[in-house]
Design a protein around this ligand. Structure first.
Ligand code: FAD
Length: 532
């Protein structure tokens, strides 16, 4: 149940536990402000688990002249590579150019030179022009028909869920009250000013009223429904749906990340390596669907497979190759999206206060969350008259991020675990804290078994997640703390049945929990992964 005693006095309440809200809570807590965060479902259960998992300057924004966004994103890429090197890792991209492409070679070269310069030439590496032969060598499975050459450049990949979670955990460790499965159902007003909220505890259904000096609406694509609890104003958010599909990497044969222009409409899209898989994405369509119901449609899947098959003709990908397909809603700032197409709509964020006491943030990207959070907390501190220290989040490592040589730690972990794949997973997910997970197997060696034989995630990760990462449902464990649901054809249903008795015991749940938890898991995976 929501602990009443934590929610008293002069604190700010952040609504929404996606990357934006968790980043705000961390920043505020590090500055010594009293802050609480509530998330109606689980951290990163919204858009923040449906991204392309890139921390990138955003090469395609150059086409729309959004240079300040690329500049900011490039700076943030550098910062995140430093404060979370386990979660944000350099990724090399190949961009092949074919005869008749919308973006010819010279234009690509000019664009990537600008991209390097907006990163102040401090990206992991500079771009390189590639001959046709060099592209063939780098990506032998790519179509060579009318291939002219291309370019390679650097960005970074991440684990969007764990990046969000790392911020939630950091906020908690810095003294914030951080709760998942706790939903704001009412906002209170006094003299026209928002002064508190009613929070409903998911598991028990009990409600508690809390007062707050300021409420921050960081509810992403839900932000208009949170706003409507206080007033009926103009829409602040415009939703654009993006879908991805995942196929086994061996079926498509890409070596690294590839940037392509979709043959159907010339949109920039990606073919991205993700361990044993390849993620193909994304679509971009304005959509008014309820954010919780955003799913890939058959048309989305066809569009993405057709584009991939165009460039990888030997793959002949079909619907049955798809291990998973999912979609998310980009919470674009409505005033920045006015009159634009989904592709040209600005990804820049907007901070607004339509009602005193309620600060809303919309727009932005996973990549820029830290800078967005710092701006919001500046507003919070100024409104509260708490002119505290400036944001320090760019110099404080995220949990597990205090590592100087990731490869050396993976080497140590490999010696200790005897399994290089498991070791790599543990270090990349938990950074310097990987041993805290592994050590759980000392008391109970069965925790060192894999959750499911074909994926490198250990039962110990689930134990750790219940104990230290605020996980309390099977979805928290198998969709987010581990990506089992994304990477198994049955979306983790058999794993859920197998682990449910242990999880029930760890949670101290009664006999009725197991059946309910499995039904909830079934409903959640159907909601996320069904192809409409
Ligand atoms: P969300 O993650 O949706 O979080 C909002 C949270 O608020 C939700 O968890 C929700 O449950 C909670 N909430 C709602 N109502 C309530 C309530 N009443 N009480 C309590 N909690 C509530 N960005 C990049 O930088 N790189 C990428 O590669 C990238 N790829 C993308 C690909 C796609 C297809 C999409 C859709 C987006 C992509 N983005 C990317 C953008 C990025 O994912 C989003 O900007 C970001 O995740 C939005 O985070 P958020 O916290 O604002 O929203």
């Amino acid at each position: 149940m929501v602990p009443r005693h934590r929610f008293t006095g002069n604190f700010s309440l952040v609504v929404g536990g996606g990357i934006t809200g968790c980043g705000i809570a961390r920043d505020a807590a590090i500055r010594g402000l009293r802050v609480a965060l509530v998330e109606q479902d689980d951290f990163a259960s919204g858009t923040s688990s449906r991204s392309s998992r890139l921390v990138h300057g955003g090469v395609r924004y150059l086409e729309h002249g959004q240079l300040s966004l690329v500049f900011e994103s490039s700076r943030e890429r550098r910062t995140l590579l430093r404060i979370a090197p386990h979660l944000v890792r350099p990724m090399s991209f190949t961009w092949p150019v074919y005869a008749g492409d919308r973006i010819p070679r010279w234009k690509l070269d000019v664009g990537l030179t600008l991209y390097d310069s907006l990163a102040l030439f401090r990206n992991v590496g500079s771009h390189r022009r590639l001959t046709r032969r060099a592209v063939e060598r780098l990506e032998p499975a790519l179509s060579t028909r009318e291939l002219l050459g291309g370019a390679s450049y650097w960005d970074a990949s991440t684990d969007d869920v764990r990046l969000t979670l790392a911020n939630a955990i950091a906020a908690r460790e810095e003294g914030a009250a951080v709760l998942n499965h706790a939903r704001v159902v009412e906002l209170h007003r006094r003299d026209g000013r928002v002064c508190g909220a009613t929070i409903e505890d998911g598991p028990t259904g009990e409600s508690v009223g809390v007062s707050a000096r300021l409420v921050v609406n960081a509810a992403g694509p839900w932000s208009d429904s949170v706003e409507s609890l206080a007033h009926a104003g103009e829409a602040g958010v415009r939703g654009s749906k993006g879908a991805h599909v995942m196929v086994p990497r061996t079926r498509i044969g890409n070596v690294s990340a590839i940037t392509l222009t979709a043959p159907q409409d010339g949109r920039v899209m990606f073919v991205l390596p993700a361990g044993a898989f390849t993620i193909i994405g994304t679509t971009d369509t304005f959509d008014a669907v309820a954010p919780a119901e955003a799913r890939a449609t058959r048309a989305d899947v066809e569009y993405l497979l057709e584009a991939a098959n165009h460039y990888f003709p030997a793959a002949q990908l079909q619907q049955q190759d798809v291990v998973g397909a999912w979609a998310g809603i980009r919470p674009l700032a409505a005033r920045r999206a006015k009159g634009a197409t989904p592709v040209s709509a600005s990804r820049e964020h907007a901070i607004e206060q339509a009602v005193p006491g309620l600060v809303r943030i919309t727009g932005g990207k996973l990549t820029t969350y830290r800078a967005m959070a710092s701006e919001v907390v500046d507003v919070v501190a100024a409104t509260l008259g708490a002119h505290r220290a400036r944001s320090r989040t760019s110099s404080v490592s995220l949990p597990g991020g205090d590592v100087s040589d990731l490869d050396a730690i993976i080497g140590d972990a490999t010696s200790e675990t005897g399994d290089a794949v498991v070791a790599t997973r543990l270090v990349r997910a938990f950074g310097s804290r990987w041993r805290s997970v592994w050590v759980l197997g000392e008391k109970d060696s069965s925790l060192r078994s894999r959750i499911t034989p074909e994926r490198p995630y250990l039962l110990a990760e689930l134990r750790y997640a219940v104990q230290d990462e605020m996980a309390c449902s099977l979805g928290d464990l198998l969709i987010r703390r581990t990506p089992v649901a994304f990477e198994t054809p049955d979306h983790g249903r058999s794993a859920a049945r197998a682990v449910a008795p242990r999880v029930a015991a760890w949670l101290g749940a009664d006999d009725s929990w197991r059946a309910r938890a499995l039904a909830d898991y079934e409903a959640e995976t159907a909601r996320v992964f069904t192809i409409d």
